[in-house]
Design a protein around this ligand. Structure first.
Ligand code: PAF
Length: 281
């Protein structure tokens, strides 16, 4: 596996792929890799010639300094895992390499309401940071496809907007959330949960599954309130939001949508660790 540290080498890699007519699939990550990331690599391997991941804990997308400081970093294991699963290359820049000689205009996308709700509301500036880094990486690498996990459902919608609004010819491949056997959505942040907290965190998926079971019979607003209260009453859980929304607009719904278009969105602290999850049905 090729390990690339500089923008210059990344451009070279892209040009070599072009010259040899090889398509590129891109898996952007912040490291602390797990089977969720590997599933993105594996899906990309089915569709493109070369799969390249990036590992970069992007400071500009953290609205909370502690979250940035505590974000897990496991570079050596990450590289081993990518080699094991046959990834072709990985880009591991430093913050200075990315933002040091920042030689083009800061870049934003008008997200409309999407930028002000849920993660946009709770993590001010987060999506601006995500857009900024992905715009830089997309410009450098110009992949044919980018693979993103639906656990970050709203992020996937933001990236869709970034690509559409700017006519960027990169195909976004949305990949299913990978869960542990007991339902916990796999996330780099899970590494920070104690065994007890991990057990407590299972309540997020459990609640969403129970709500799904009640489709289409229960009253949506009563459901939302009762699960908010029920989850909040569990020791060590502090719910930020739990909502049932239209899967295409992320607007709260008061009456059910047809199957496949109802989405539960949840964000909660379990101890000090902020987790998000969602369920589409
Ligand atoms: O989902 C993530 O890990 C990050 O937001 C991303 C897409 C790699 C951008 O830094």
């Amino acid at each position: 596996m090729e390990i690339i540290y500089t923008k210059k080498e990344l451009i070279q890699y892209r040009d070599n792929c072009r010259i040899s007519n090889k398509t590129i699939g891109f898996v952007p990550t912040m490291g602390a890799l797990h089977m969720g990331h590997i599933s993105l690599v594996q899906q990309a391997q089915k569709n493109v010639d070369n799969v390249i991941a990036s590992i970069f804990i992007n400071p500009t997308q953290f609205n909370n300094k502690d979250d940035f400081k505590n974000y897990p970093s496991t570079i050596d294991q990450d590289i081993e895992l990518l080699i094991q699963y046959g990834c072709n290359a990985v880009f591991i820049p430093t913050v200075d390499e990315i933002y040091g000689q920042y030689d083009y205009q800061p870049f934003t996308v008008d997200l409309g309401d999407l930028g002000n709700i849920f993660e946009g509301e709770k993590r001010p500036g987060h999506f601006d940071g995500v857009i900024e880094i992905l715009h830089i990486l997309f410009e450098l690498l110009q992949p044919n496809q980018v693979y993103m996990g639906l656990k970050d459902y709203q992020q996937v919608m933001v990236v869709e907007k970034l690509l559409q609004n700017n006519d960027v010819p990169i195909q976004l491949i949305k990949c299913a959330t990978i869960r542990e056997k007991d339902g916990l959505a796999i996330s780099s942040r899970n590494k920070r949960l104690s065994p007890e907290e991990r057990e407590t965190a299972l309540n997020l998926f459990k609640s969403m599954s129970e709500i799904k079971e009640k489709y289409p019979f229960s009253d949506i607003s009563i459901l939302k309130k009762s699960y908010f209260n029920q989850l909040n009453s569990i020791d060590n859980i502090e719910v930020e939001y739990i909502d049932i929304v239209d899967s295409q607009t992320l607007k709260s719904i008061n009456s059910w949508n047809p199957p496949g278009k109802n989405l539960i969105l949840i964000a909660a602290f379990v101890g000090k660790v902020r987790l998000i999850d969602n369920l589409l049905f």
